[in-house]
Design a protein around this ligand. Structure first.
Ligand SMILES: C[S@@+](CC[C@H](N)C(=O)[O-])C[C@H]1O[C@@H](n2cnc3c(N)ncnc32)[C@H](O)[C@@H]1O
Length: 104
């Protein structure tokens, strides 16, 4: 089944990467707010193309990113292969989180 964001995955990815378009203040304020996350196990639910998952992993958290859009997860996985932050990405429905037990 195609998820809503699948059809706009490439557009959304480009939009997120366009620093002039995205409200990066929100993300940086969020990251400041949560503080140190070293070695914490964090599940980024509805992670999209993984921008916040990557920020958390760069802050030394152990991260799993979950999204219902297989297209966005594919983009996230492609970047993980290049950057290697140790993030696990799963296609799953946030209302079920059926695969999370396997990861924990
Ligand atoms: C506005 S985007 C935000 C993505 C990401 N958190 C970010 O900051 O770029 C919303 C995301 O929620 C995901 N989503 C919507 N319903 C979902 C569900 N039931 N389970 C998992 N992900 C879902 C979409 O596929 C999309 O990636």
């Amino acid at each position: 089944m195609q998820a809503g964001y699948d059809s706009i995955a490439n557009w959304y990815d480009a939009w997120v990467r366009d620093q002039s378009a995205v409200d990066n203040t929100t993300v940086s304020t969020f990251l400041d707010f949560i503080g140190a996350v070293d070695n914490q196990l964090i599940c980024d639910v509805a992670c999209g193309q993984g921008r916040i998952a990557r920020s958390l992993a760069q802050k030394k958290a152990r991260v799993v990113g979950i999204d219902i859009s297989s297209q966005l997860i594919e983009i996230a996985q492609r970047e993980e292969q290049q950057v290697g932050l140790g993030i696990q990405y799963l296609v799953d429905d946030a209302q079920k989180l059926a695969q999370l037990d396997d990861w924990l």
